[in-house]
Design a protein around this ligand. Structure first.
Ligand code: GAL
Length: 347
């Protein structure tokens, strides 16, 4: 058994016996004074549709479990996110849930929290190089594999497929995991010459406008003979498709995505985007709220997986994901109530 999980279980047994060890929060806030649990949620950004969903689902579930949530969003600024964490600690939270803009930069946040006896849950993105207590996310390597497999399944009968690769933000450990999954599928095909990567780059801060710039540069360099764009999420897919529209190529080039954003789903119906990866946010947010409340109240937690973050093996929970195309959009994203028929199809 992973020593860290053994430690969590041991200290829980101790905490049940003594009730002391795990309830780390020193707690000064009014909410604290009211005796309720308080959870601090420090977010990278609320500028993307996805994260607004995460916040609302998480807060609602935590409230259902009797905990109050204090939310801060750092607007993709590391210094600001550290200040947010400091302020949440000062307000006496019992546990911290962090969606890091920069996984490495938030190691300092874990240190600050632990100095006050506050446990830290890394949400969706891993905080690296720190004693992170727990990590919950989707199977991110598999996200990349599904995106790449979609392209590998559509190779021309002869010759090669010409590919543009748009990775996510370099500061985001998930972007590295998505690329790793993509490489698992693509590398043999690149080596055999069935796929030619004509251009590749990282989209800073996952910004659609940066993905558009990458696609413009790729078409300037490689010409119009592009067969596919492996965009790492729907936001960057949208930026790339803007460039394709300018070139009269939209709908003629395979474009991948991730997140099943509303715009991504609408583009799949319109035929300008070809696939996305659906990650049921409600499963992630609700399980994370449940784990955060348990962490905050020192109750036992068992996590089957672990993630090496370069310092420790973080107990982890990985959640399933689904490849979505126009064929199965209704029985996945719509059936789950993640997107409405009306919003996606406009009927
Ligand atoms: C990743 C996340 C994706 C994606 C991206 C941009 O970490 O897993 O769902 O949307 O950030 O925010």
């Amino acid at each position: 058994m992973n020593p860290r999980i053994a430690l969590v279980l041991l200290s829980c047994v101790l905490s049940i016996a003594t009730g002391l060890v795990l309830s780390r929060g020193k707690g000064g806030s009014t909410a604290k004074k009211s005796g309720g649990l308080v959870i601090g949620l420090s977010m990278d950004t609320l500028k993307e549709e996805r994260w607004i969903g995460d916040r609302d689902l998480f807060v609602a579930k935590a409230r259902e479990l009797g905990a109050e949530v204090l939310v801060e969003s750092a607007n993709s600024d590391d210094t600001r996110q550290l200040r947010d964490v400091e302020s949440l600690i000062t307000r006496g939270v019992d546990a911290l849930v962090i969606i890091p803009h920069n996984g490495a930069a938030m190691a300092r946040a874990v240190e600050m929290a632990h100095a006050e006896g506050i446990p830290v849950l890394s949400y969706d993105r891993l905080i690296t190089g720190a004693d992170t207590d727990l990590y919950i996310t989707f199977d991110n390597v598999k996200v990349g594999e599904l995106q790449a497999q979609f392209i590998a399944d559509r190779l021309p009968p002869q010759g090669k497929l010409r590919l543009i690769r748009i990775y996510g933000a370099k500061t985001d450990n998930n972007a590295v995991l998505f690329k790793q999954g993509q490489d698992n599928i693509l590398n043999p095909l690149i080596q055999s010459g069935r796929i030619e990567v004509v251009f590749e780059d990282w989209a800073e801060d996952w910004k659609p406008e940066n993905a558009k710039k990458i696609t413009n540069a790729a078409i300037t360099k490689a010409g119009q003979g592009i067969d596919a764009i492996l965009a790492s999420n729907d936001g960057t897919a949208g930026g790339a498709i803007q460039a394709l529209i300018e070139e009269g190529l939209a709908g003629k080039v395979i474009v991948t995505g991730q997140d099943a954003d509303l715009a991504g789903c609408q583009r799949i119906v319109a035929g300008t985007q070809t696939m996305t990866v659906y990650k049921p946010l409600s499963v992630l947010a609700k399980q994370a709220a449940d784990l955060a409340v348990k962490l905050a109240s020192g109750r036992p937690i068992f996590a089957k997986e672990e993630s090496d973050n370069g310092k420790v093996k973080v107990p982890s929970v990985f959640l399933p994901i689904y490849s979505v195309t126009e064929e199965n959009l209704r029985e996945t994203v719509v059936k789950d109530g993640f997107r409405s028929e009306k919003d996606v199809y406009g009927e």
